[in-house]
Design a protein around this ligand. Structure first.
Ligand SMILES: NC(=O)c1ccc[n+]([C@@H]2O[C@H](COP(=O)([O-])OP(=O)(O)OC[C@H]3O[C@@H](n4cnc5c(N)ncnc54)[C@H](OP(=O)(O)O)[C@@H]3O)[C@@H](O)[C@H]2O)c1
Length: 258
């Protein structure tokens, strides 16, 4: 069966770069996002440069029925997805008492609920074929929940917990589930307010291309979780050796603006 990778959030940032990286290896793609013009432009570029086929699906995955609609649309076209990358995600930064509830509920739908639903749906087909790969994009904040990113951090802790437990359940089935955990990445994900935090001064963002390169390697050949960069691996382990109160003060300072 020919490899077919479905990438959510392929219109920009890490997903866009992963699409280019996978296409360069002649892998067929299903690209998903809301910005269909950007996806179609990428499809044209990839099909022109590489001999692979690229399918585009416009879908808002922050909608309650978004994941099911996407799965139905993909299967209706007779496409068999051999690898799923749950990359689409959004972040909300600010005092929880001030942030917008609707924005946060849509983020939970996108970062958590749609990830669970897409995984459940595409996994069934992978189990039939006794083969498949699922990679979820978690975060450094999965290990280090940050103040002012309270709901976002919780969504990414969920993604990591879900990925690691599911990977264990699926051992021996032929389906491998992995988590990519980037620290700060130079993408449109970060708002002006986020760029002004101490964290971005202390921990330089990694180019999306480099994160994508490591993500594609994990997706195609890796196992377990991959924290992008030694610096971030070290930071992710700090809570193991630092008392909770001190750790939370450090994180609060990093997540604050100067
Ligand atoms: N950038 C960082 O510092 C960082 C760090 C750690 C983890 N991450 C994670 O990395 C992943 C990719 O983010 P990125 O940094 O590449 O950000 P990005 O450049 O903003 O890309 C986000 C992608 O998700 C798609 N998306 C957003 N909302 C969507 C929706 N409602 N339905 C469907 N697709 C949607 C966007 O496309 P449309 O707008 O066209 O829909 C876009 O393609 C996210 O899960 C993020 O949490 C990022």
């Amino acid at each position: 069966m020919k490899e077919l990778v479905l990438l959510t959030g392929a219109s920009s940032g890490i997903g866009y770069e992963m699409a280019k990286h996978l296409a360069a290896q002649q892998i067929d793609l299903v690209l998903v996002a809301r910005s269909v013009d950007k996806l179609n432009a990428l499809k044209r570029e990839l099909e022109q440069h590489y001999a692979n086929s690229v399918h585009v699906f416009q879908q808002d995955l922050s909608e309650v029925d978004g994941a099911v609609s996407l799965y139905e649309a993909v299967t209706k076209q007779g496409l068999t997805v051999t690898a799923l990358v749950n990359n689409a995600g959004s972040g909300v930064y600010g005092n929880f008492s001030d942030t917008d509830l609707d924005e946060e509920l849509r983020m939970i739908q996108l970062n958590v609920t749609s990830v669970v639903a897409l995984t459940k749906l595409f996994l069934q087909d992978m189990l039939v074929h006794k083969r498949g790969r699922i990679m979820n994009i978690a975060s450094l904040l999965s290990f280090l929940p940050f103040p002012y990113y309270s709901v976002y951090s919780a969504t990414k802790s969920f993604v990591l917990a879900f990925t690691e437990t599911l990977a264990a359940e699926l051992e021996g089935t032929g389906v491998i589930v992995t988590a990519l955990c980037p620290g700060p990445v130079d993408t449109a994900f970060n708002t002006d307010a986020m760029w002004k935090t101490n964290a971005y001064k202390a921990n330089k963002p990694v180019p999306a291309k480099e994160v994508a390169r490591q993500g594609v390697a994990l997706l195609l050949k890796g196992k377990g979780k991959k924290i992008v960069g030694f610096n971030n691996w070290f930071i992710s382990n700090l809570p193991r050796i630092t008392p909770d109160g001190i750790m939370m003060n450090i994180k609060k300072n990093l997540a604050s603006q100067q």
